[in-house]
Design a protein around this ligand. Sequence first.
Ligand code: FES
Length: 670
Amino acid sequence: MPEPLVVFTPSGRRGRFAPGTTVLDAARQLGVDVDSVCGGRGICGRCQVEVSEGEHAKHGITSTAEHLTPVNDVERAYAVQRELAAGRRLGCTASITGDLVIDVPPESQVYRQVVRKDADAHPIEIDPVVRLHYVEVSQPDMADPSSDLGRLRAALEREWGIAGLACDAHVLAGLQRALRAGDWRVTVAVHDGATITGVWPGLHDVAYGIAFDIGSTTVAGHLCDLHTGEVLASAGEMNPQIRFGEDLMSRVSYVMMNPGAEQQLTKVVRGCLAKLTAELARDAAVDRLDVLEVTLVGNPIMHHLLLGIDPTELGGAPFALAVDEALRLRAADLGLPVHPGARAYVLPCIAGHVGADTAGVILSEGPHLGDEVNLIVDVGTNAEIVLGNRDRLLAASSPTGPAFEGAQISCGQRAAPGAIERVRIDRDTLEPRFSVIGCPAWSDEAGFAGVQVTGVCGSGIIEVVAELHLAGVITTDGTIDGSLAGRSPRIVPDGRTFSYVLHEGRPGITITQNDVRQIQLAKAALHAGCRLLLDRYGIERVNRIRLAGAFGNHIDPVHALVLGLVPDCDPSRVTSAGNAAGTGARIALLNRSARAEIEAVVRRVEKVETAIEPRFQEHFVNAMAIPHDADPYEQLAAVVALPPRRVAEAADGRPRRRRAPSDLPQRSPT
Ligand code: FES
C-alpha cells in the first residue's frame, strides 16, 4: 500500500506521508506556507486548515475528513476558548490517515496577500518585519549555570531555528518576571530576525503597526493588524505646525527667523503623532502597547522636522537634504506611546524637493515593475511627478503653489462640508449645476434645498474652469469672455475684466479672472514639469497617468485633461491613485522586502530639477493656454467635444502679455 497522498491548495504542492504525520509537518516538508505562533502546541489557532472533500480526479484520490485523525482534546479545548469554525481543523494536531486535499485558507498563510480596493493596484504580500514566537524555556537548574536569556535564546533556536539574537535592554528588565509569570512559557517578538524586542508571559498573538503619512496640512495614520494586513482604524488630524506657517516655505522662514524653533515644530508634530496613536488604538479597540512597528512618510521638510533636523537648508538652492537614506529608529525616540520595543521605519527621500512621500507613491504604484510608461502626479502645494517604467524612472517636483488647495482663489477653501466639488455648465444656457461636499444631491435637485454653500475646493475649481472652457466662456488663453455677457446674466463686469457667478446665495460664489489666472499658473507649472520629464525620457506620450494625493483622488480625469493639467492621454487611462503615499507607508509596514525594494529603486531614480531646466520657461508659457498652446490634445478630443481655439483680445487692442514662470508663487521645497 502506498503512503497517503496529500495535496495542498492553493499551492498545489503534493507529497506522500506516513500515516500519523501532522498536517503542519507535511506542509512544512513541502514548503507550503502555513502560519504558526505557538510552534504546534494547539493554542494559537494560526494553522487552521480545511479538508476539500470529494473525488479529485485530477489527483486520482478521494479526499474526506475521515482521512484525518478524529478531533482531539487539544482542538476541543481550543474550540471552547477561541472558536473553531465547522470543518476547520488545527493542522498541528490533526494527523494524516489517508489521501487528502487540504485547503490552507488565506488567514492561515504566513505570506497571504491583501488585495487592494483599487483595481489597478497590485496586492500587498503580508510579511511583516516583526514576528511573534511562542516558546517553552527550560527552568533554571543548579547544574546548569546558563542565564534566563541564554535559555530563552536556546529555546528560540531549538524551536524556531533562530539563532544569535540580540536583546533590547527593556526586555532584559522584564524577562525574569515574564518567564516566571508564564510558567516558563513566553511569547517573544523578534524584529528583523535579529533582535528580541518584546516578551510576554504565555501566548500573546496580537501585533499591530501604524503607517503614518505626514502631510503639510494633514497627518494621517492607519492602524493595521500585522498578521492579517487589515486596516483596523484610520484617523487624520490637521498638522499642528500650521500655526507656524500655512505653507511649508513659511514654516522654514519661521525657523530661519527664530533660531531653535525647529524644536518647537518637531515637538508639535510628534505630539500630533502621539495623539493619533492613542486615537487609532481607541478606535480599533486595541492596546497601544501591542503596536510593535511604525512606518512614516512625508515630504522633505516634514521628514526633517519629524526627525528634529533644522530644515533651513531645504529652503533654498541647492536644497540639500541632511539625510536621504531610509531610517530605522526606535518608535519611542519619536515620542510615540507604543510598545517600548517598537521600531519606526522612515522611508527614504529622493531629492531636496522629492521626499519620502514620493518614495511611498512609487512603492504603492510600482511604476518600476512594468513595461508601461506611467506618469504619476501627486498634486499638492508642490506637485511631485514620477515618470517611467522598469527600465528607467525620473522624478521632479513642480511649484504649483497653493491654488489647487483653494488658496489664492477668491472663493477657494479646503475640501470640507459645504465646498463645491463638482460643477457642470450647460453649453447653451451657461447655467451651472454643482454638488458640495457632504450632500449627495446636485444643486438642481430637490434634496439640495437648504444646503449651505461655503466656497469651492480644489477639485471644484478645476471643474468650473474646465467646464467654463468647454462652454466657450473661457477662451483658449484663459480669458472670461465678456462678449457673452448679453447671453447670460452670470457673466458680469468686474473692473476691466469679467467674472462668472457660480452661486447667487450668501455668500455668493464668483469665479474671477484672477482666479482663472491662478489656476492657469498652477496648472502650467505642473504641466511644464511633466513635459520636462517626457523630454528627458525622450517620449511624447505616456501609456497611463495616475493622479495621487487627496486632491488627485477627487479630480475628474476628463476635466484635468480639458484644463491641460497633465499632458494629453487617453482619458480612460487617466485614473486616481488614491492616497498613494500613505499606501506606500502601509506596504512598508506589512512587507519587509518592500523596504529593500524602495531603497534600491530610489537610488536609481533620476532627479530632474525643473527650475534650472532651460526648456521649463517654454513649456510653462505653452501650458498657460487651455488646454495647451501647441498640443491639440487629440486623444482627449476623440472623446470630448473641445471648443474651437479662441483667443480674447485685450481691452486696449494690444496683444496680451504672456505669463512667465516668474509669475508663479515662490517655490515651496517639497
Ligand atoms: S500552530 Fe498554533 S495552534 Fe497549531
